[in-house]
Structure formats: C-alpha cells, structure tokens
Ligand binder design. Structure first.
Ligand SMILES: Nc1ncnc2c1ncn2[C@@H]1O[C@H](COP(=O)(O)OP(=O)(O)OP(=O)(O)O)[C@@H](O)[C@H]1O
Length: 763
C-alpha cells in the first residue's frame, strides 16, 4: 500500500471515530431536548393551575401579576433551551456527514506540535477537554486560510502566536467518506477550488468556507475599520466574502452582537432570496435585508408616485439621445452629488426664516385649518428654536385647534342626521357609556341630552380620527411643494432640470433621482428615524449608490461600521462614476480598502473574453478553469431566424446545465423574447418584482441579473449595446456566465466588441 493510501486510511478511520463521537453527542442532546420539550409542554398545559389568580385587592393583584410572570419566564426559558438544543443537533448532523474540510499541523514556538481539524462548527471530546474540530472562525483556523506550510502566525485576543506549519491538508468528505484529500503547498490548493467551481449553478448561493482565499479572508476577519471598501472584479467573491463576514462577526462577538444588529442593502428582491440560505447553512440566523428602493418608498409614503430605479434605468436604456434624455441624465448627475446635498442644506437653513409650506386640513371639503394659518403659526415661534422642535410645537398647536373645532362640530346639523344612521353596536356603546355615567352621577342626569351628545361624539370622532392620525404623522407639511420650490431657486444653469422636476412633481410623481434628496429634506426637517441598533451595515453593489445616498446612509446608521462592496466596471447607472472608492470625499480617512482582481465564477476563456470588453480589464485574472470558448452567432436574416437559433441553443444547453439564462438588455426586450420562446421551451420571465427564481431556463433583463450567476448565458441581440455608456452593462451581463457564454447578433454586432476578441463566430 502506498504511503498516500495509508495516510488516507488513517484519516478515514478518524472520520469514522469522529462520526461516532458526534452520534453519541447527538443522542445525549436529543434526550435533553425531549426532556425540555416535554417540560415546556407540561408548563403550557398546566399554566393556569400554577398561577394564583386573585385580583380583589391591590396586593392580590400584584401577587397575581408576579405569579403569571414567573410562569411565563419559566416557559420562555424552556423554549429558549429547546431552540438552542435544536440548533446544536442540526449542526451536529451536518458535521457528522462532513466533519471538516481542512487540517493544519502547527508547532507553536517552544511547544509540541498540534493537529488542528477545521470544520463549519467546533466539536469537543466527551470530557470537553480537547477540540476534535475547530470552527472555521476560531482564531487558530485563520492559519489555514492565510499561510502555506512554513512559518506562520495567527492573532488571538491575548496576542500573536507564531510558529511553524508542517502540514496543510484539504478534504472533501461526503456522507462520512473521504472523497478527496490533498496536501497543499499554496494557500488553498487549486484542486478543491476546481471541484467546487466546476459544479452547476444553483438558485441559491453556496457557502465558501472550505476554500476562502487569503485576500477574501482579510475581508471576512477585518475588525478594525470603520469603513471597509471592497473593490472586486466580477465573480471575485465579494458577496460571498460579505456573507461569510457576517457569519464571522456573529461568531466572534456572539455575546454582544446578534443578527438583529446587522443589515444588508442588496440590489433587488431577487438577490435577497438568492443569498438567503448562506447564513442558515452556516448555522447562523439571517440578518435584515432590504433594498434602498424599498427604504425610500416607505419613507416617501403616500401622495407621490415613486418611479423605481429599474424604471429609471429602463427609460435611459430605451431612449435615443434626445434633449429630454440629456436633461434627464443631467438631472440624475446633479441630484447624485454631494454638491447638491450642500445646496439642499443651504435651502433647509433658509427655511428656518421662510418657505415652509403646509396643506390645509379639511373635513368634508371644508377647511378646518388653512395652510396659511398653519404657516403663520409656525413662523410666529421663536426662530432660534430649531425647525424640528418648532414642528413639534406646531403639531401640538394643530391638535389643540382641531380639538376646539371638533367640539363645535358636534352641534352641526349634518352630525345629527348621520347619528340616525349609526349601527346597533354604536348605540350599544353609547348605552354602556350612559349607564356608567348614570351610576356616577345619579342626581342631575339628563338621559336624553347625554345620549344625543354621545352619538354626536361617535359620528364626529369617526371623521376626526383619521385626520388626527395624519396630523400626528405630520402629513400636513407640504413636502412636495417645499421640495418643488427649491427648483425655483437653482438659477439659469439648471433651468431645464428644474423645469423637468417641477413638471413631474406637479403630476404628483417623483423621479428616482429625486427620491433620496426628497427623503433627506423630510428627515432634516422632521428628524430621521435613525437605526441606532445596527452595528454593521453591508452595502452590496455599492457602485450603484450615489455619493449623496452613501452619506445619507451613514447619517441614518450613525453607530454602524460599513462594509461597501462593489465593482466600478459594473456601474450601470448614469451617475456611476469612476471613483475607486465608493466613499465620498467627506467620509474618507477612516477606511480600509481591499482590491480583488481574481475572478472565480467563470471559466478562463469566458474571463478572457469579458475582460476585453473593458478598456482597462487587464488587471482581471482568471482562475485557471478550462472551458469552451464563447460563441457569437450572427444571423442576417432577421429576428425569426435569430430566435430559432436561440431555441436550438437553449435545448442543447439545458440538457447539460441546470440554469440557462437568456439575458436581454431591457425589460421590454425580455418580455418580447419571452412571448416568443414560451411556446417552444419551458421558460420563466424574471421581472423587477420577482422575488425568487428556480433552476431552469429563464429570460431576464441585464440589470436584474446583477449579483447572480447562471451555468450558461445566452446574450440576446448584442446589437443593442452600442453606446459607450452601455459597455459596463454588457460586461455585467456577460460576466454572469459560469461555464458557457453564447452571444447572438442580428448581423450588425456591437461596437463595443472588438474584432480581436476571442470567440468562435458562427454565421
Ligand atoms: N473562495 C472561493 N471558493 C469557492 N468559490 C468561490 C470563492 N470565491 C468566489 N467563489 C464563487 O465565485 C462565484 C462568484 O462569487 P460572488 O457572487 O461572491 O462574486 P461577486 O464578486 O459578488 O460577483 P459579482 O460582482 O459579479 O456579482 C460564486 O459562485 C462563488 O461561490
């Protein structure tokens, strides 16, 4: 038997021993879980038997309260343990099949050599003395990610440990059997990566803990920086690193940090679902995930129709270079900038003296309180008081005024009339109140007069309640007009942008580029709801955020560290700029920047092709995974033939691969292609509202494919990508392909693809 085989047998023996140990622990914990579960069941069943209920006297009441509370605490303690045990058992089951993926032999200076096995969770021997498996996030495990055999060190809370790594071994273990075992010289050997990357795509992202690369590990374990900026080329593992970073932080700070303290801003709802299984797979709970659009739309509220970011993009991609298009691009650029934020700040300052506008508060089309009266009241307050505090005082004043009006309203004829049409329940309510009143007030009680008053009160309250609620929400502040008036002050340079903005606001619409400034204005005036519980904010696809938006987010999450991940070459919005740092200048100074240049997603021929779409793509390094050269199918006889060719390719590809995506430039084009294909192949259309996707064949607009990957990509109609501004979109679309990329053209081709690029041409 070769030495290698002998080694493998020894390792296989260890895997079996560990599996047995794990099973023993599973059995032990399962027994405990059964006990806790039956305890909890018993408490629930006998909850009220063990509570002393007596509420006659205040003392008895208190005793009852404490008695209930004690039972509730007992129950929730059991429920917590039940949940905890359940989680441990689930992790152990996962460990049993695949206990670890790495081994490092390390000799600390002056100590004996130690063998460390690394897996997705820690596991100790029965006496809880030795680690049989170390969690990948433990300090010592970083040796595995950061060093080849030789001198190595790792950081612990009590200082740096230095020594010598004598062996580094990787495993692929499935169902308790070692399927692959490699001793590696380099950081993380290529064999395992080859195996992982060669697999088919899934509708869900995978964890990468077994093959985290050194530079990715720096992102994951970074603890110091206030702002961590990751500029990484397409497919370099930015999102993967971000998610493993969340798992790392949750583990390292488990006493002080929970998933509730972490938030991820992602590009679209589809992406949210795509990444949602990674953390649970690592035994952690998911953090809150949202999109910036969703946030804005909640803050804008009713009254203005918000154009979403996709509609904005769709407009830009479908338009010719008309005057209107140019104005729109100017508008987007202006409103994305920090300079514009400063203009807005000046405007807000001026509003302290004049310019705030208020809506009249009406009841049944009659004005209860006019906008002018409210304004007059506002500016009668002391101007040294901040706008925010004055608004609070104003709210109180408005409530008081309305209460006065409400009292008078009860006497009006329309109220009496409506009172006759009240429901049985309303009369019952009035009657009960009447009874109570009669009890208190035996002597001088006028039944009839009082009943009439009560009924009138019911009618009037029904009308005033929604008005009062709106007042409490400050809906009487006329933000659209206040925001619109800003555009009367911008001057000649921005006359077209101003006209365009005013026009759209007058139609009660708000463009996507106006949404952030509008919400910012609102926040500055009435006070933002800052999220102080969030300690770590992750912004994926950070290149798609405007400098204005990034500073705004920083203000919203004042106690949070920020991890911004992005790729300037995938900046597909008009405001996208070439700034390497996604941080506006104002925020710079406290940041650390990590650059990822290696692309793992696609095969070498695909990376070589996609990087040449970019003007400066030379720094992008492909991972050495072989595959087919991209193809370009040119059809000069029209759309029908092109679609027929596409159907042929889909059929061929879907027999090999799980996910085949037909990527179109726009949603409009996607819908057309889908209409054509759906009778030929089982295909699904992905739209901006789609929240999840399954494996299979799908048609998707380029910008919704952001962050996601497919086994095979068919790029429909490359002739649609001609403008310089569309280069990055073309790059983004092509870089979604893992194993195969096929481009289709109706003859003209794209000016952005050069003759010299490496692809196979099929005419
Ligand atoms: N260290 C790694 N080990 C295994 N797979 C990896 C590793 N790093 C990245 N990958 C794989 O490469 C692919 C791309 O990763 P990911 O989506 O995180 O990259 P990205 O930089 O966010 O890409 P993009 O910007 O193009 O959306 C995924 O399939 C991911 O699993």
């Amino acid at each position: 038997m070769s030495e290698e085989q002998l080694e493998k047998n020894i390792e296989q023996g260890r895997v079996q021993d560990i599996a047995q140990e794990i099973q023993i622990t599973i059995d032990k914990l399962s027994q405990q879980a059964d006990k806790v579960s039956s305890d909890a069941h018993e408490i629930r069943k006998t909850f009220w038997n063990d509570v002393t209920v007596n509420i006659d006297e205040p003392d008895d009441f208190e005793e009852t309260f404490w008695s209930i509370r004690q039972q509730v605490e007992l129950l929730s303690e059991r429920e917590r343990s039940e949940k905890q045990l359940d989680k441990q058992i689930r992790t152990l089951f996962r460990l049993k099949g695949s206990p670890y993926f790495g081994r490092v032999d390390f000799t600390e200076e002056g100590e004996v050599s130690e063998t460390i096995y690394i897996g997705i969770a820690s596991f100790m021997d029965r006496n809880e003395e030795n680690f049989l498996i170390y969690d990948w996030r433990a300090p010592i495990s970083s040796l595995y990610y950061d060093y080849p055999p030789g001198p190595a060190k790792y950081e612990t809370p009590s200082g740096m440990i230095e020594g010598e790594m004598t062996l580094k071994r990787q495993f692929i273990i499935r169902n308790g059997t070692i399927e692959g075992m490699f001793d590696t010289g380099v950081t993380i050997g290529d064999e395992l990566l080859q195996e992982v990357l060669g697999k088919n795509a899934d509708a869900q992202m995978k964890t990468i803990v077994a093959t985290i690369q050194k530079e990715q590990n720096q992102i994951i374990r970074n603890e110091k920086s206030k702002y961590l900026i990751v500029q990484g080329v397409a497919g370099s593992g930015k999102t993967s690193a971000a998610l493993q970073r969340v798992a790392y932080l949750l583990y390292r700070h488990r006493r002080t940090l929970s998933s509730k303290n972490i938030m991820l801003f992602s590009p679209n709802p589809l992406f949210n679902s795509y990444v949602s299984t990674v953390l649970p797979e690592l035994g952690e709970e998911n953090m809150a995930q949202t999109t910036f659009l969703e946030y804005l739309s909640n803050r804008i509220g009713r009254g203005l129709e918000l154009e979403d970011s996709f509609t904005q993009l769709e407009y830009l991609l479908n338009s010719q270079e008309t005057e209107e298009y140019k104005t729109r691009v100017d508008s987007i650029r202006l409103k994305s900038s920090i300079d514009f934020k400063k203009i807005l700040d000046q405007y807000i300052k001026a509003l302290s003296e004049d310019g705030l506008e208020f809506k009249s508060i009406k009841l049944k089309n009659e004005i209860l309180l006019s906008g002018e009266a409210i304004k007059e009241q506002f500016y009668s307050f002391d101007r040294d008081i901040s706008i925010r505090n004055r608004i609070e005082d104003l709210k109180e004043w408005v409530v008081k005024e309305l209460r006065k009006k409400k009292k008078l309203e009860r006497r009006k004829d329309w109220v009496k009339e409506e009172a006759q049409f009240l429901d049985k329940e309303d009369f019952l309510e009035a009657f009960q109140k009447l009874e109570a009143k009669r009890k208190d007030d035996k002597e001088s009680f006028d039944d009839f007069g009082y009943e009439e008053k009560l009924l009138a009160e019911i009618v009037v309250s029904r009308y005033y309640k929604p008005i009062m609620n709106q007042v409490k929400r400050l809906a009487f502040i006329d933000y659209p007009t206040i925001y619109k008036n800003l555009y009367h002050t911008l001057g000649d340079k921005w006359v077209k942008v101003s006209e365009y903005t005013i026009r759209s606001l007058e139609k009660e619409e708000i463009s996507y580029e106006d949404a952030t400034p509008f919400v910012y204005l609102k926040d500055r005036l009435e006070g933002a709801i800052t999220r102080s519980s969030i300690r770590h904010l992750f912004i994926d696809e950070a290149q798609d955020y405007t400098p204005f938006q990034i500073t705004y987010l920083q203000e919203l999450f004042p106690y949070s560290k920020m991890t911004l991940l992005g790729d300037i070459n995938q900046g597909i919005y008009s405001h996208s700029n070439d700034a390497e740092s996604f941080l506006p200048e104002e925020m710079q100074g406290d940041e650390e920047r990590i650059i990822l240049t290696r692309s793992y997603r696609s095969t070498k021929p695909i990376v070589e092709f996609t990087r040449s779409i970019l003007k400066d793509g030379d720094m992008i390094e492909p991972f050495n995974r072989e595959g087919q050269m991209p193809t370009m199918t040119m059809v000069s006889s029209g759309r029908e033939t092109l679609l027929r060719k596409i159907v042929e390719t889909i059929k061929e590809q879907s027999s090999t691969y799980q996910t085949v995506a037909i990527i179109c430039k726009t949603a409009k084009e996607s819908a057309e292609v889908y209409a054509h294909l759906k009778s030929e192949v089982p295909v699904r259309l992905i739209e901006k509202g789609t929240i999840s996707f399954e494996t299979g064949i799908l048609v998707i607009p380029s910008y919704l494919a952001k962050g996601i990957e497919f086994d095979s990509v068919l790029l429909y109609n490359v002739d649609m990508y001609q403008r310089e501004s569309e280069r990055r979109l073309l790059y983004t679309a092509c870089t979604r392909a893992m194993h195969e990329l096929h481009l289709f053209s109706m003859g003209e081709g794209s000016a952005l693809l050069m003759e010299s690029m490496d692809y196979i041409e099929v005419r």
